[in-house]
Design a protein around this ligand. Structure first.
Ligand SMILES: [Mn+2]
Length: 332
């Protein structure tokens, strides 16, 4: 693929990110538009995502980024650039209808490779070993020989900081890129501060409720915590990992009848067992709850509309058998 010619030939690309866009998604989307406009200054790029997370909005206002994005586009676009997203599912039901021509779609992503992606995007810049999509975009600035402005450097560094958990999940390449961004004008301290959030009251209550309802299971000496809640499943999972679980699963159900599963595991757990919460657990749970699921080895989820209790039972069974399978393989 020649990205430069795809960008040069496009008059009005559509830049898409996953639903509830996090800082990595929104910052890579904005930087991608900046990169496009450097290549094609008279062009018009449109940013679309289902919604933007509260933290991502905080980052944008922290850096006074006046960006227009919408939750849909009625126009026709000659190119679609998909960022931080590896499946139609991650876009949300409305935005996914904008994926119409795989030959005119570029995917730039760092999630686990999803077999479905080739049917969506014939052009792919995908590397699941990279810790953020922002890093892939930094590489594109290099490839296309476009300088990074200080504003874009701040956004890209913030996206990296978010997805690497402040360099908790990082390697040499990430550090080199961070230095490059600082040299381009990023203010490290300001980037860090843009991501500090005190969870609001309802989120803290949800975490505490999840902790109060949690059940602890011992699976081959791994501590598995499972709970249920009305909202903030992902936050509740992180809280359970912080207080000592190796694996946390939280099942949510909103008043509108949406059933949502979230799961997290420690790196230690996944490296020792090889269990992938996305493919081993949440993809199956997605079907049970009448929707879809997927994600990373250490963080995965599923969205649906039914069978929360059945999903919880099944999630534990799937996890147990995935752990046993790994033990079996080690012994064998
Ligand atoms: Mn990401």
């Amino acid at each position: 693929m020649n990205l430069r010619s795809l960008l040069t030939e496009s008059l009005n690309p559509l830049i898409l990110g996953h639903q509830n866009a996090d800082p990595d998604a929104i910052c890579s989307m904005i930087a991608m538009r900046d990169l496009y406009l450097a290549i094609r200054p008279e062009g018009k790029a449109t940013l679309v995502c289902d919604d933007v997370s509260r933290l991502a909005n905080q980052v944008l206002s922290h850096f006074s980024i006046d960006v227009t994005y919408s939750d849909f586009s009625e126009d026709t676009h000659d190119l679609v650039i998909l960022l931080d997203t590896n499946s139609e599912f991650q876009l949300g039901p409305r935005v996914r209808t904008l994926l119409t021509d795989p030959a005119r779609t570029v995917a730039i992503d760092h999630h686990e490779v999803n077999s479905e992606l080739s049917s969506i995007a014939q052009h792919q810049i995908v590397d699941s070993n990279t810790s953020s999509t922002c890093e892939l975009v930094i590489g594109l600035y290099d490839d296309l020989d476009v300088p990074i402005s200080s504003t874009m450097a701040n956004l890209l560094l913030t996206g990296m900081l978010f997805d690497t958990r402040r360099f908790f999940h990082s390697g040499r390449d990430s550090f080199l890129m961070a230095v490059k961004l600082i040299d381009a004008g990023a203010n490290y301290d300001s980037c860090i501060r843009s991501l500090i959030i005190k969870p609001d009251r309802s989120e803290r209550i949800a975490r505490l409720k999840a902790a109060g309802r949690l059940q602890v299971h011992n699976m081959n000496d791994w501590i598995v915590a499972i709970s249920k809640i009305g909202a903030y499943e992902a936050s509740a999972c992180r809280a359970m990992i912080e207080i000592g679980a190796d694996v946390a699963i939280v099942a949510g159900k909103t008043s509108k009848g949406v059933v949502r599963f979230s799961s997290r595991s420690t790196r230690h757990f996944s490296s020792e067992t090889g269990v992938n919460l996305g493919t081993d657990v949440m993809e199956h749970i997605g079907k049970i709850i009448g929707g879809e699921g997927g994600g990373h080895a250490n963080a995965a989820g599923a969205n649906g509309t039914k069978n929360r209790s059945e999903g919880m039972t099944k999630a534990l069974e799937l996890l147990q058998s995935a752990i046993e399978k790994s033990v079996g393989e080690k012994v064998g």
